[in-house]
Design a protein around this ligand. Structure first.
Ligand SMILES: [Mg+2]
Length: 218
């Protein structure tokens, strides 16, 4: 399932530290974002549904320690598939909470130009509506969402958009981006806590500090 494979075996690793101090400010016009797991706390809905509908009452987001959910959620594959479909459907997408601080930082970044989001979801419409609801003060025309349907297609799209920095939670995608000359910024989640040679941020406040934005001059 594109965009949302997650995992097994509880991680015993301590949360990693912010790995690479940023050198110099980032131009927000060269920046773009993944959505699920970065702006949207999508797996919160997955866990809630697993608990409410399938009795997986002990399950928490911390149990989702790898991107392939079949390897970390103690449920049959068909249950996991159903949970993923439910999580991503229009009704539940609308209910996904945002990651804390995301709206504030994105609103700030919107001063520099359109916000660009590249998701591995197959259909962009429901998550596009979700972003518009999250960012009501930003003109809809200043929010671009591209759905690739496949995380391995992100780097080609990002090159077309002239993006140099991409905020992403899927480790494999970060490696692929780096191999293709795009600087990944890893948004920490339980499913990406293996050592990685990328800057890692734990919150949107961390991200804001890492980007080292200069005050916008109109
Ligand atoms: Mg993601």
């Amino acid at each position: 399932m594109s965009g949302l494979h997650v995992a097994s075996g509880l991680s015993t690793l301590p949360p990693p530290k912010l790995s690479t101090p940023w050198k110099g400010p980032v131009d927000p016009r060269h920046l773009a974002f993944d959505i699920d797991g970065v702006v949207a706390d999508t797996m919160k809905v997955f866990v809630d549904l697993a608990r409410e509908r399938f009795g997986l009452s002990h399950l928490t987001k911390e149990h989702l320690t790898c991107y392939d959910l079949r390897r970390c959620v103690p449920a049959p594959p068909h249950v996991i598939d159903e949970l993923i479909c439910l999580t991503l459907d229009d009704e539940h997408t609308a209910k996904i909470p945002a990651m804390e601080g995301a709206a504030e930082v994105l609103e700030h970044l919107a001063q520099w130009g359109p916000l660009r989001f590249v998701t591995a979801r197959v259909w962009p419409e429901s998550i596009e509506r979700w972003l518009h609801a999250l960012l009501p003060r930003i003109d809809c025309r200043a929010i671009t969402v591209i759905a690739t349907g496949n995380p391995e297609r992100k780097h080609a799209i990002l090159h077309e958009l002239k993006v140099h920095y991409f905020v992403e939670d899927r480790l494999e995608t970060c490696h692929l981006l780096a191999q293709n000359g795009i600087q990944p910024i890893l948004f920490d989640q339980p499913w990406n806590r293996t050592p990685a040679p990328f800057p890692r941020v734990f919150t949107w406040k961390d991200l804001s500090l890492l980007l080292n934005l200069k005050p916008h001059e109109p």
